[in-house]
Design a protein around this ligand. Structure first.
Ligand code: MTE
Ligand code: MO
Length: 407
């Protein structure tokens, strides 16, 4: 493949008609500089193309990618057209890397306040009645700000959504006979972090699952192969990957991850065990570094809440003075990414566009100021879900509006 560097921006003509002969491919991690790579395209009707293969692959014109740092890699939300995250684009957060686990040797121990402590192999887990559900998974630390040149991926890329399959934890609880006095359980991973978290038993009886499949195939190593705990709507950290042990008890364990981390000051108090992810949303189109043209623009984005269904997403195109209801793509699932759309006619004047989500509990996504007022400014970075804005400049450029948390 011949790669030709050009400095021209992608033209309207290339986008709207004629031969698709160019793709815009980000070449630097900053996303600031885009170059055009010309991919020579022959007349496809004149030559037989390659035959079927063993694995499908993306069009060379589409190159979405995760943005890795040392500790995480982020989903390119701006490249998604609906709510399922392709498995290879699911965000990753590992506290001590990805362990390599032989599924033949895998065992999951469940013990503590149970009548029959048991070990399950992967095959054992798969013999139980299975359930499939779609939900998002979001890191409690999912929010970054600081620069105008940030994409949805940079700001909020630590959320992804999959269709998960596995066994309800309640099924396993019945199998081992959980004692009536029990109130908590510990979940432990078999990575080098030996990640452990305490979970209220009620979540285990409600909708927790041990999942071994993701989007129809075996769960990926990055997501916890061969099995992970799934706590729909609850902070990512508690969804223990590479799950090897569950211990039932009548009190929380006060593990490293729930005391030194994932705990934060709120005014003069300390907030600990903050399970549910609160409602939030982000406009993924238009967003930095895209450009818009005058006329009709379909504003698009994602909204979600860990407390049930999103019932409303409002969009403002006048910097927050007035709000309009966006359309929600049906079906709206509980504890799931919900795609929203709002048709807007841009008159070419500078403005700001914003979205805010409302969930079925009546909770409305707060502004950064409301969050700061409620929590105090020493609040740190967990469970930050402020309304975020994009600035639209008269030349059509779209920039993030990084608001100062301390102001
Ligand atoms: N065993 C184990 N489980 C873990 C982690 C880990 O490092 N080890 N990271 C947690 C954190 S902080 C998050 S946000 C999610 C990330 O899940 P993902 O990598 O599948 O997106 O897994 C959680 N479960
Ligand atoms: Mo996380």
């Amino acid at each position: 493949m011949r790669e030709e560097k050009q400095n021209k921006k992608i033209s309207r003509r290339t986008l709207l008609g004629g031969v698709v002969a160019a793709a815009v491919v980000p070449v630097s991690t900053s996303f600031a500089k885009y170059i055009q790579i010309g991919l020579p395209v022959d007349d496809p009707t004149k030559k037989i193309g390659p035959g079927p293969g063993k694995l499908g692959k993306r069009s060379p014109f589409e190159q979405p990618f995760k943005k890795p740092s040392d500790i995480s890699s982020r989903t390119p939300l701006q490249d998604l057209y609906s709510t399922i995250t392709p498995s290879d684009l699911h965000f990753e957060r590992h506290h001590a890397g990805i362990p390599n686990i032989d599924p033949q040797k895998y065992e999951m121990l469940i013990h503590g306040m149970v009548n029959r402590p048991m070990k399950f192999t992967l095959a054992d887990l798969k013999r139980f009645p299975s359930v499939t559900r779609t939900c998002f998974l979001e890191c409690a630390g999912n929010f970054r700000t600081g620069s105008e040149n940030m994409t949805p991926q940079d700001i909020l890329g630590l959320t992804s959504q999959s269709e998960w399959t596995g066994v309800m934890l309640s099924t396993i609880f019945r199998e081992v006979g959980v004692e009536p006095k029990a109130t908590w359980f510990l979940a432990e991973g078999s990575d080098a972090a030996v990640m452990t978290r305490s979970v209220p038993l009620s979540k285990g009886w409600d909708d927790a699952m041990i999942v071994y499949a993701q989007n129809g195939e075996a769960i990926r190593p990055e997501q916890g192969y061969p099995a992970r705990l799934l706590l729909p709507g609850w902070e990512g950290n508690m969804n223990i990957k590479w799950l090897r042990r569950i211990e039932i008890s009548d009190e929380p364990y006060m593990t490293r991850e729930e005391t030194s981390k994932y705990t934060y000051p709120v005014k003069d108090k300390i907030r600990m065990f903050s399970f549910e992810m609160d409602a939030r949303s982000i406009i993924t189109f238009p967003s930095f570094p895209q450009k818009v043209e005058r006329g009709w623009i379909e504003i698009r984005g994602l909204a979600w809440t860990g407390r049930g269904r999103v019932v409303k997403v409002e969009v403002s195109t006048d910097a927050g003075r007035t709000w309009n209801d966006a359309q929600l793509q049906e079906p709206v699932l509980s504890k799931a990414h919900t795609y929203f759309r709002y048709l807007w006619q841009w008159n070419g004047l500078a403005t700001e566009i914003l979205s805010r989500a409302v969930d079925e509990t009546g909770y409305t996504q707060p502004s950064l100021k409301q969050l700061a007022d409620a929590r105090g400014t020493a609040s740190g970075g967990y469970h930050m879900n402020p309304v975020t804005a994009w600035q639209i400049r008269t030349d059509g450029s779209v920039l993030f509006k990084p608001e100062n948390w301390k102001s």
